[in-house]
Design a protein around this ligand. Structure first.
Ligand code: NAG
Ligand code: NAG
Ligand code: NAG
Length: 230
């Protein structure tokens, strides 16, 4: 198909060239598309319409032909790749269930509390042991999860209260108090929420009373979250 078009093109060019006559001088403003300076070495003459005794030959300049072919092949390969890449990508997604390199970067974190501690009035709980922190979204210095992109997030926290005491912890988004995780005696309070957050919003767990309360560590209190969808 491509080759046929090239041959046709060369054929037309040859007719144009020879149509100007054999004794062409340099006065012509038309520049032949095929420059035939090395015709002895790099071109092939094929007689055409010979049975009608017409002095017409198809002159294939193989130097230029290579160039044209190379361009045609390159374009064909590019077109094919452009068409194939989305299909290959889809096949990979179908096969392994996610798009490599993209979903891998899905923000996600899991942290837990190493040691039992007293929480002061309205103190942010810092879950100091980080098990997972994809995208570096959770700070083990501040206990704050900062959302790197706008989307729907699943957020969970479990807090365990100490023997014979209460524990009140709230999940906060920016300056908004959302839901409460409560424990009494040695028990856990758990929160699982799906929330819509904007990029750079902050999500954290904060002690919810003015009096001091204890939170049990040993990785029984946890905080985690991940992006469900953008
Ligand atoms: C035509 O141009 C070529 C090179 O451009 C030159 O070698 C040749 O002498 C010219 N012929 C005439 C008739 O001017
Ligand atoms: C054909 O071209 C090659 C390389 O360009 C050169 O070495 C060779 O001498 C040429 N032959 C003729 C007959 O012009
Ligand atoms: C989010 O925070 C980063 C770093 O501080 C900043 O470069 C970016 O502009 C912020 N984006 C939005 C939408 O607030």
């Amino acid at each position: 198909m491509v080759l046929r078009r090239i041959l046709y093109l060369l054929f037309v060019i040859t007719i144009m060239k020879y149509g100007k006559g054999q004794n062409s001088d340099n006065s012509s403003t038309e520049k032949p598309l095929l420059d035939n300076q090395n015709s002895d070495n790099s071109s092939t003459e094929i007689p055409l319409l010979d049975n009608q005794n017409m002095p017409l030959v198809a002159l294939f300049d193989t130097t230029k032909l290579n160039e044209v072919l190379r361009a045609a092949i390159k374009k064909t390969v590019e077109d094919t790749m452009n068409e194939m890449i989305p299909r290959i990508k889809q096949a990979v997604i179908d096969d392994i269930g996610y798009e490599p390199g993209r979903k891998k970067e899905r923000p996600a974190f899991t942290a837990s509390l190493t040691s039992t501690k007293n929480l002061a009035s309205n103190e942010v709980v810092i879950f100091d042991k980080v098990w997972l922190n994809m995208g570096g979204v959770y700070s083990q210095d501040t206990g704050v999860f900062t959302t790197p992109k706008t989307g729907l997030y699943s957020i969970s926290t479990t807090v365990m209260s100490y023997h014979n005491s209460y524990l009140h912890c709230n999940l906060w988004k920016n300056n908004e108090k959302m839901v409460l995780a409560f424990g009494n005696d040695v028990s856990t309070g758990t929160v699982n929420v799906v929330m819509a957050v904007k990029m750079n919003d902050t999500v954290y767990v904060k002690h919810g009373t003015t009096s001091e309360e204890q939170i049990v560590g040993e990785h029984r209190s946890t905080f985690s979250g991940y992006l469900i969808t953008e």
